[in-house]
Design a protein around this ligand. Structure first.
Ligand code: SF4
Ligand code: SF4
Length: 198
């Protein structure tokens, strides 16, 4: 059993354990839809870009935070990540504290990254007449993807946001990533400790 599976087990059937497993399943579905759409439309970021993570500081919901905190709690770079989050609590602009230019996708927690980081430049929004418009990345002129209207199926950013906030235990309230995740790392570790004492 790897460390990631271990944390699911240690959180067991607690409300947090269920919430983290629900997020895992939601992210798997989301990633599958985004992957298929990106392949169909030939969407690709230039290698080594990462400008979005350099300029962005996400606000996140309760379950995005718990999922990310669970991931961080078993990361080999846990202490370094915690220091970065502490240092970013008062930050007003990017880079995101999880940005790491040496990592392949520039994120220290890529597997557990928030929803907006998955949807950005990989999804669409509805136009005035019901058409689906691709939300292009304008940060890098070498970004590759459709210019505008999408024919056929396309993941809509707002729909995924709605789906996420309607997952049991989640809500629409968002908080600044470093502040929220630091509280949730402590919470996850408290639950883990309880489970080892049983
Ligand atoms: S091309 Fe845009 S979406 Fe892709 S990594 Fe660069 S800034 Fe981010
Ligand atoms: S969480 Fe990761 S993917 Fe999202 S902005 Fe931060 S570094 Fe980028």
């Amino acid at each position: 059993m790897n460390k990631w599976e271990n944390i699911f087990n240690s959180l067991g059937n607690t409300s947090i354990g269920k919430a983290v497993r629900n997020m895992e399943s939601f992210y798997e579905d989301t990633d599958k839809a985004l992957r298929e759409f990106s392949q169909k439309e030939d969407i690709a970021c230039p290698p080594g870009c990462g400008l979005c993570c350099f300029r962005f500081l996400p606000d996140i919901t309760k379950l995005e935070s718990l999922y990310l905190a669970a991931y961080i709690s078993v990361s080999e770079r846990r202490d370094e990540i915690q220091r970065r989050l502490e240092g970013a609590k008062e930050q007003k602009n990017g880079p995101c504290p999880l940005f790491d230019s040496t990592k392949e996708y520039h994120c220290m927690c890529y597997q557990a990254r928030p929803l907006i980081c998955r949807l950005f430049a990989s999804s669409c929004f509805p136009g005035k007449n019901g058409e689906r418009k691709f939300s292009r990345c304008h940060l890098n002129p070498h970004f590759k993807g459709p210019e505008n209207i999408i024919e056929g199926d396309c993941p809509i950013m707002g729909d995924y946001g709605q789906r996420m906030i309607s997952i049991e235990e989640n809500d629409s309230y968002t908080e600044f990533l470093p502040v929220r995740v630091l509280k949730d790392i402590a919470l996850i570790e408290y639950y883990q400790k309880l489970s080892t004492q049983k």
